[in-house]
Design a protein around this ligand. Structure first.
Ligand code: SF4
Ligand code: SF4
Length: 153
């Protein structure tokens, strides 16, 4: 991993409770990892959720950003507009997700762009889906279970 470029000042609001963030601060809290846009499979017997390396068709797999973010629900109606209240009810939300971390009153990690001052740090740290995510359109749904993944960090 390349050395991360530190910005001069981390915004003071990153440590504010989530329900006190402005809409702009809330949006900026996203680390741009794209993990939440990966398709998931649920075990019908146990309810366990498994992530796959297949990603929503609207995700730019290089930038790891939604290509239609402001109007995404026109195309993907089930895409969630995350709120503070949702977080405890979303067991699938990645353990690295900035919203989960702050909800649990944990600090943002050094690779988070707000801490590092560099948008690339989330990719350089191996947290984002860049490099392995494949569009869901490339694999028939019947074969998705062959793409189950496990995160180690
Ligand atoms: S997992 Fe969380 S921090 Fe990462 S892209 Fe999704 S909402 Fe943003
Ligand atoms: S619509 Fe956009 S934000 Fe929603 S899952 Fe797809 S790529 Fe992610």
């Amino acid at each position: 991993m390349k050395e991360m470029q530190k910005q001069k000042k981390v915004p003071a609001w990153v440590n504010k409770p989530l329900d006190q963030l402005s809409k702009q601060e809330w949006e900026r809290l996203c680390d741009g990892c794209g993990r939440c846009c990966l398709r998931k499979l649920a075990d019908s017997e146990t309810g366990d959720i498994y992530y796959t390396s297949l990603v929503c068709q609207l995700l730019d797999t290089e930038l790891c950003r939604c290509t239609e973010y402001s109007c995404r629900r026109q195309y993907i109606p089930e895409c969630l507009t995350l709120t503070v209240e949702d977080i405890p009810n979303l067991p699938w939300l990645p353990f690295t997700c900035a919203y989960r971390l702050r909800y649990e009153n944990k600090p943002l990690p050094e690779w988070h762009p707000l801490i590092s001052g560099c948008d690339e740090s989330v990719h350089e740290a191996g947290i984002s889906v860049r490099g392995y995510a494949l569009s869901e359109t490339q694999v028939p749904e019947a074969d998705w279970q062959e793409y189950v993944i496990e995160w180690i960090k």
